[in-house]
Design a binder for this molecule. Structure first.
Ligand SMILES: *Cc1c(COP(=O)(O)O)cnc(C)c1O
Length: 347
C-alpha cells in the first residue's frame, strides 16, 4: 500500500445533514457539486438520500446525469448553471431541473423543452449568477404560469454574520419574490446559521455536510492517512527536500510520506502543516513535492506505518488555514490517487 487512504465517515455526513435539517425552518436539500465536494458523488448522495434528502444541487448538467443514474427517479436534481447550449439532451434524458439564469436561458429552455420543469436563479447582489430585477420583472408572469419549481438566490457574505450585505440581499430577495407561489430558497450552510428569516422553503447546505466551516458544530467526516515510505536520521546542517529550504538545527529523524501536491496537498503547506501520530504532531519540513512530504518524527517513540494529515487533531479547516486557504478548496482538491474507504451510510 503506497497511496494515502481517505476514510470517509458517511454516518457523520448524515448526522450533519440531520443537524442542518433540524436548524432549517423548511425543507433541507443537499449540494453535491464537484464530486460531492471531493468525497465521491455516488456514495455521498446515496447516504444523504437514506438520511432523507430529496432535493440535490449540482453545478453542471453532466454531474446531474451521473447523479440520476446513481439515485433513480425519486429525487429532484437541480442544476445551478441552468440550461446551457449543449445541455438539452442531458436535461431531457436525466430529468434535471435547470435553474434558469437569464432571459436567453429561459428562451432556450422553453423552445427546447416546453413542458419540462425549471427553477429560476435571481441575482440579489452577488453578481455571479441569476436574473437581475428588471429582467425578472419582465419575465416573471410567464415563468410563474409554467412548471416553476423553485426560485433561489445566493448570499455572498453569509460566513460573516455581521456583514451588512446579508441583510441587504435578504431585503432584495424578499422584494423580488413578494407574492410568489413557487417555493423559495436563499441559504447555503452560512445562511442557515444566520437564522430562520433567511431559510424560506428550502435550504441548500454543502460544506457543513462535509464537516467544514462555517458549521462549527459539524461532525468531522474525514481522516486522511499517508503511508511512511522511508525514515532517516540527519545531522545538524543537513537539509530536506527541493531547494534545501529546511536545515536541521540538531540531529533529527525524518520520515518521507506518500502524498504531495499531485494529491491536493498543495505546496503552500510546505513548512507549515503538521502530520499526526495519534495526538502527537509532527511538523512538515521542507517543500511539499509532487508525491511526497518530509516530516520531522524525532519526537515519536515508535514509528507508525501511516501518519494522518487530516484527523480530529487537524480537521479540514485547520489544514486549510495552514495552507492559507479555505476548507472548500482543500476538499475539492482531494486527489484521485487516494484509496477511498467508506464507513457507515445506507445498509
Ligand atoms: C456551492 C453552493 C451552495 C452550497 O454552499 P455551502 O457554502 O457549501 O453550503 C449553495 N448554493 C449555491 C448557489 C452554491 O453555488
Amino acid at each position: 500500500m503506497a497511496t494515502g487512504i481517505l476514510h470517509i465517515d458517511l454516518d457523520a455526513l448524515c448526522a450533519n445533514w440531520r443537524a442542518l435539517d433540524r436548524l432549517s425552518a423548511g425543507e433541507t436539500g443537499a449540494v453535491v457539486k464537484a464530486d460531492g465536494y471531493g468525497l465521491g458523488l455516488v456514495e455521498v448522495t446515496r447516504a444523504l438520500a437514506s438520511a432523507g434528502a430529496r432535493r440535490f444541487f449540482v453545478a453542471v448538467a453532466e454531474e446531474g446525469a451521473t447523479l440520476r443514474k446513481a439515485l433513480g427517479e425519486n429525487v429532484e436534481i437541480n442544476v445551478f448553471s441552468g440550461h446551457m447550449v449543449t445541455d438539452t439532451a442531458i436535461i431531457r434524458g436525466a430529468g434535471l431541473t435547470p435553474m434558469l439564469n437569464s432571459a436567453a436561458q429561459v428562451a432556450r429552455h422553453r423552445e427546447a423543452l416546453p413542458d419540462a420543469p425549471y427553477g429560476v436563479q435571481l441575482d440579489t447582489g452577488m453578481n455571479r449568477l441569476g436574473m437581475e430585477a428588471d429582467e425578472w420583472a419582465e419575465l416573471r408572469a410567464g415563468l410563474e404560469a409554467g412548471p416553476l419549481t423553485l426560485v433561489m438566490s445566493h448570499l455572498a457574505c453569509a460566513d460573516t454574520p455581521e456583514h451588512p450585505q446579508n441583510a441587504a440581499q435578504l431585503a432584495q430577495f424578499i422584494a423580488m419574490t413578494e407574492g410568489l407561489h413557487a417555493p423559495r430558497s436563499l441559504s447555503a450552510t452560512g445562511g442557515i446559521l444566520l437564522g430562520p428569516e433567511y431559510h424560506f422553503d428550502l435550504t441548500r447546505p454543502g460544506i457543513g455536510l462535509y464537516g467544514g466551516l462555517p458549521f462549527a458544530a459539524a461532525r468531522p467526516a474525514l481522516r486522511l492517512s499517508l503511508p511512511v515510505i522511508q525514515t532517516r536520521d540527519i545531522a545538524p546542517g543537513e537539509t530536506v527536500g527541493y531547494g534545501g529550504t529546511y536545515c536541521a538545527p540538531s540531529p533529527r529523524k525524518i520520515a518521507t510520506v506518500s502524498g504531495g501536491y499531485a494529491d491536493g496537498l498543495i505546496r503552500a503547506l510546505s513548512g507549515r502543516a503538521r502530520l499526526f501520530a495519534g495526538d502527537t504532531p509532527c511538523p512538515v519540513v521542507g517543500r511539499v513535492s509532487m508525491d511526497m512530504i518530509g516530516v520531522d518524527v524525532t519526537d515519536l517513540p515508535h514509528m507508525p506505518e501511516m501518519l494522518d494529515i487530516m484527523c480530529p487533531a487537524q480537521n479540514v479547516d485547520a489544514l486549510a488555514e495552514a495552507a492559507g486557504t479555505i476548507g472548500y478548496e482543500i476538499l475539492t482538491s482531494l486527489g484521485a490517487r487516494y484509496e477511498r474507504h467508506y464507513s457507515g451510510g445506507p445498509s
